[in-house]
Design a protein around this ligand. Structure first.
Ligand code: ADP
Length: 164
């Protein structure tokens, strides 16, 4: 029997979206009919950008990809996936340090809902070193952001730190 997964959810903080995230989204958008980029709304986690700002930057950076949708959610990602009929969660894997966290998260999600699979996608070599945290550090110290984030994110990042 032919089986396929039509919708994938790519959850994350995206505070802000980086070229590493965009690379993953471009690649998975070729594998699924629809990719939902799910911005985590975690009031207990300090973030630089509001959920609305993060969503706007994602939408502006990904205008060319038609089969994506951006949404936000507070609570369990698997509950969100279940609600919208998605059977796949996608996460990106950079260095070994990501592995332990992603493995725990994947197994917890599997325990909550065995019907939903987590798929890990390897970061491309040219982006594996990029993280939102590092990008914020570079921006805070006035460093160059080209090659780390999409052009649509450079202005908002600089403005957060009062740089022109
Ligand atoms: P979270 O706070 O949930 O880890 P992030 O926004 O930092 O959210 O990352 C979302 C997902 O994207 C995670 O699976 C993370 O490992 C992955 N990711 C982050 N940066 C990169 C990158 N440079 N290349 C590939 N995947 C990445």
């Amino acid at each position: 029997m032919k089986k396929n997964f039509s919708t994938a959810v790519y959850p994350g903080s995206f505070d802000p979206i980086t070229l590493g995230h965009i690379d993953i989204i471009q690649r998975i958008s070729k594998l699924f009919d629809e990719v939902i980029i799910l911005v985590a709304h975690a009031p207990d986690k300090a973030s630089l950008f509001t959920v609305e700002e993060r969503i706007k930057m994602i939408q502006q950076s990904l205008k060319k990809i038609k089969n994506i949708r951006v949404d936000s959610h507070q609570g369990l990602t698997v509950e969100y996936a279940k609600k919208c009929g998605a059977k796949v969660l996608v996460r990106g894997l950079r260095a070994v340090v990501d592995f332990e966290y992603e493995a725990s998260m994947g197994n917890i999600n599997k325990t909550i809902d065995p019907e939903i699979e987590t798929i890990l996608v390897f970061a491309s070599p040219e982006y594996y070193f990029i993280s939102s945290r590092m990008v914020k550090d570079v921006a805070k110290n006035g460093g160059p952001l080209e090659g780390l984030v999409p052009p649509e994110v450079i202005g908002p990042l600089k403005r957060k730190w009062g740089k022109k």
